[in-house]
Design a protein around this ligand. Structure first.
Ligand code: SF4
Ligand code: MG
Length: 296
């Protein structure tokens, strides 16, 4: 990683097409037709193009699951970690090279079940990383078992051992101290792209929970269901006010609606470098050749 900074090429003219280079031809997209992850991919391309970053400056860290495939379909440096570990690898990449724009792309099962401890502690550490969660309420890759967000909107009076009540990613993020908490819907990629642009410019850890319907295994939380239940956050909401953010969540829950947009944003004043150990100097001394040899 110590050389990654040197590898960043001078800014080139960025067009939306640059995000397909080196990606789509090598990796045939394996998602089911209509999968919500297509919308997330389109939004990421729009946001990165708008910010005029180059693929050399981007580090994509994917989790395990259908969602984790997204890093194959987008140009840029990429790393595929273990289940639940994506945020830990992303944190390591950011510490090794703070100049990289680190984007973590993971599913709801990956982030909020096996990976929940990484999520909570990355919220506390507040590195400059964007996390997009492709939230579909199921484990799509392993044929649709219930994830921690399964059951959203279902009128079930008695939850069972197999199907405990879903929890709110937004409330967990707020409680864990996340400094940018937002939600989007892949059925509205332009709006999602606007949220991603704000998230990528945040000087701390930014979580975007993106509703990304699994058309194959979640027949309840469909595009139509989301269209009936999502609602943009009112323009008058002050995301810098913690009390207002909690009240907004309470109001949406009371009305059984799902907020889209930025719920909470803490204006960061302290540089990320002051909050995180940065290892660039130590890594420049490190000899990684023996380690790389192990993978030959
Ligand atoms: Fe998408 Fe679900 Fe198909 Fe996976 S199984 S690609 S999440 S629609
Ligand atoms: Mg999922």
């Amino acid at each position: 990683m110590s050389d990654a900074k040197a590898e960043i090429k001078p800014t080139q003219k960025i067009s939306a097409k640059v995000w397909d280079e080196n990606a789509v031809p090598r990796h045939r997209i394996q998602w089911c037709p209509g999968c919500g992850d297509f919308g997330v991919l389109a939004s990421l391309k729009m946001a990165l193009t708008k910010l005029e970053v180059t693929p050399y400056e981007v580090m994509l860290v994917g989790g395990i699951g259908c969602s984790g495939q997204i890093r194959n379909y987008l140009n840029g440096n990429a790393f595929h970690g273990t289940h639940g570990g994506a945020l830990a690898y992303a944190l390591g990449a950011k510490m090794a090279n703070p100049n990289l724009k680190v984007i973590t792309l993971a599913g709801d099962g990956d982030t909020f079940a096996i990976g929940v401890e990484n999520f909570v502690h990355v919220c506390r550490r507040d590195p400059e990383i964007m996390l997009v969660i492709m939230d579909n309420g199921v484990y799509g890759l392993t044929k649709g078992q219930h994830s921690p967000t399964h059951g959203r909107g279902m009128n079930i009076k008695e939850w069972s051992e197999e199907s405990p009540p879903p929890f709110s990613p937004l409330r967990l993020a707020m409680t864990a101290g996340c400094t940018f908490v937002a939600q989007s819907f892949s059925g509205d990629p332009k709006h999602s792209a606007e949220v991603y642009v704000e998230a990528m410019q945040h000087k701390g850890f930014a979580m975007v929970n993106d509703f990304s319907p699994c058309v194959t295994y979640n027949k309840f939380n469909t595009y139509e269901w989301y269209k009936e239940h999502v609602e943009e956050i009112p323009a008058g909401h002050d995301p810098s006010n913690t009390d207002a953010a909690w009240e907004l969540l309470n109001d949406f829950d009371r009305r059984e609606r799902l907020p889209l947009g930025i719920v909470y944003r803490n204006p960061r004043h302290k540089k990320a470098a002051k909050r995180l150990p940065i290892w660039t100097e130590e890594l420049q001394q490190a000899d990684v050749k023996p380690l790389l040899q192990m993978f030959r």
